[in-house]
Write a protein of this length. Structure first.
Length: 236
């Protein structure tokens, strides 16, 4: 299968290698690039907080860039959205990590179960844009928190001829979509060519991501049974 990988380049390489090992042909089409704001992270750490939360390994990459300035916080409790983010946090040196089941809503429920441990707000180290479901879940469960936007995913511009060649020469069989923003960007880029991609499979990390796919392609959607890359690959 020709499989489109829409992840940022740093993550896309690992995904492409996995696809090749399974006999697929990866088609790299990174739709965003990460812009880090380490100063925002450092300023957020200086404020009162009882624990940390991250819903992306990209946030952990920002923290890692702080070097020795991160050291005083490595013993704090860090809530990670799933196993991949938890592993990144462990590699960054965090020692007290509690991992969620893979979605922001589930992470909020996990944190709420430890709410009595919080004697100050939770510090959410977030990206932009992002799904509101984690923060909505914290509010629903009356968990006090502050949000610091420590990175943003900036869209990458491509011209229509390039997109057409990538998607139709020859036609791709599937596209891997790991976030709502990437799903939105892909559908925008592919819109002029969707009639020629009637059979393409939209392989989505979660229901939240799948909501972005145009209605006429809902029959082509596959949603991972668990929100991680293993769950996505199981659908190929």
């Amino acid at each position: 299968m020709r499989v489109v990988v829409t992840r940022p380049e740093s993550s896309a390489r690992r995904t492409a290698e996995r696809l090749q090992n399974l006999g697929h042909q990866p088609v790299l089409l990174p739709l965003t690039r990460a812009v880090h704001h380490p100063d925002a992270a450092e300023a957020a750490f200086a404020g009162p907080h009882a624990a940390l939360a991250v819903t992306s390994a990209e946030a952990v990459r920002v923290l890692s860039s702080l070097g020795d300035h991160l050291t005083p916080y490595l013993g704090q409790t860090l809530y990670a959205v799933g196993e991949t983010t938890a592993k990144a946090a462990e590699e960054a040196g965090f020692r007290n990590i509690r991992s969620g089941a893979g979605t922001g809503a589930e992470l909020a429920k996990l944190i709420a179960s430890y709410a009595s441990d919080l004697d100050a707000p939770l510090l959410y180290l977030a990206g932009k844009p992002r799904s509101p479901k984690f923060e909505d879940g914290l509010r629903t469960n009356d968990v006090p928190f502050v949000t610091a936007e420590v990175y943003e995913m900036a869209p990458i511009a491509y011209d229509e001829v390039f997109i057409r060649d990538i998607l139709l020469d020859p036609p791709v069989d599937a596209v891997l979509l790991y976030s709502r923003e990437n799903a939105r960007l892909f559908c925008d880029f592919a819109a002029p060519h969707l009639a020629e991609l009637a059979s393409v499979q939209f392989v989505c990390l979660s229901d939240n991501v799948a909501e972005i796919i145009p209605r006429e392609f809902h029959r082509n959607i596959k949603i991972a049974s668990h929100p991680d890359e293993d769950g996505v690959f199981a659908l190929l």
